[in-house]
Design a protein around this ligand. Sequence first.
Ligand code: SAM
Ligand code: SF4
Length: 293
Amino acid sequence: MLLEDTYGRKITNLRISLTPRCNLRCFYCHSEGECNPDDEMSLEEIGQILKTARHFGMKSVKLTGGEPLMRTDLCEIVSLIPEEMESSLTTNGTLLARKADELKEAGLSRVNISLDTLSRERYKEITGRDLLPQVLAGIDAALEYGLTPVKLNVVILGDVNDDEIDDFVAFAKDRDHLILQFIELMEDFRNCPYHKDLRPMEEELSRTSKTIITRRMHHRKKYCLDGAEIEIVRPQHNTEFCAHCNRLRVTSDGKLKPCLLRNDNHVDIRGKNDEEMKELFKEAVLRREPFYS
Ligand code: SAM
Ligand code: SF4
């Protein structure tokens, strides 16, 4: 039985933050609202959440953070994901190369890899570390071991990387099973001078793309341009994003988060038995309302 909120949105996706820890310091990072590194959920707690999600017929789960590869038990977590659910991981890719085969073996379906620049100098400036070669090796490994399609998350930062669009398109064209996701910077977070409105880019893509496919998730469109596949992600000031949101989030300290853009309506699910947890899932879904309507 799928959970449905009072706005008729069915809850099919779970997004679990596994840790607030990270080995990079991207200057724009909202860290998904994560803060307390000493309070991460255990393997057992994550297993119970996955079991509950399966009970409610959820179809997919995404593991994120902080940086999920900071967790030494990541492969064990992946192996707890019910077979019926599609599984994916959002990672900065720096630690992926030597783990990609184990993750595939553990049952992971695919990865999103975050990479905002193809320039080694800029990468250092954005993330604070000189690890671009490691990320590129992570992308190669993900493609090699079939963690596909690999989605490249590129946050567009005005006057920092917005001159690299063509380079990213060329990068994607050269690689099968790699999709570009250009993400609009969430401007309520610090460093908003870098915010760039991606609507003009999307309008341009609508005009120039050979094919446009509308995806179920957030009704997002996929543009096919010169052999590259491109999606634009605009979570803010976007009623379409909210109207089609079918995702429930879990923070790394065990709270259900009904809305990406709110931190004042979480539901604590720690220390509960299976029946109590099911009730709390229902409660969190009842608290969902479109942020932009
Ligand atoms: N550490 C992993 C990574 O970088 O992929 C997973 C967590 S990170 C918070 C998840 C995604 O959020 C990344 O693609 C990152 O680029 C994006 N992100 C972080 N801060 C953002 C912001 N202020 N606006 C838009 N996207 C942001
Ligand atoms: Fe944030 Fe991910 Fe960058 Fe870490 S790698 S600072 S979690 S965007």
